[in-house]
Design a protein. Sequence first.
Length: 211
Amino acid sequence: MNYTEIKNTALAYSDRQDSTAVVANMDNFFRVVEARMNRLLTIENLSIRYQFPAPNPADGRYNLPADFSALQDISIIAVADTTQRTTLLLINPEQMNNATSVGNNPAGSKRFYNIIAGQLVIQPVIDDTSILEIVYYGKLLPLTSIVINNWVATNNPDVYIFGLMTEINSFMKDGVSAEAWNARFVQAVSEITFADDKLVYSGPPLIMRAG
């Protein structure tokens, strides 16, 4: 389903097609529903691989992509041998203050990261010959009359409809109906997450490595 189909279906379910106030606020309801989904959905279909452009910042602070929601993986790639990757280790901000911030580490040395004040911080800093790559969960592309599709709308339009029904009934001060539709919204989101877990973790068991 696309933006118009989802919008019209929600209005039909709510029987509010003739409500000027509800129709006028439908795009606002879309934004609320998408904000909720962005907080709840961390699934492979929303994963994005991103390499930060050169040069690497001298202070080790990187601006995150505009659609960044949550970090999934982070590594440094050697330009001379792109098969050589170093996975970074998460430390807290206090530990980050004590991490070496001047000079380059020898090959194979550990590097650390955290997200501080909306920026990705790497210490010790990376030299200009290496590439910092992250895999992150992106935010949904907001649906509008111009941008009519995104992954959820195409594959799971019921989530949008249930979320919109929650917001429409909340707007109309119908708490009982809003609660009932919200339960369906939460269940649908849980089903997407469960299906994603089956996709990611099906097959041979994970191998635990020492060290």
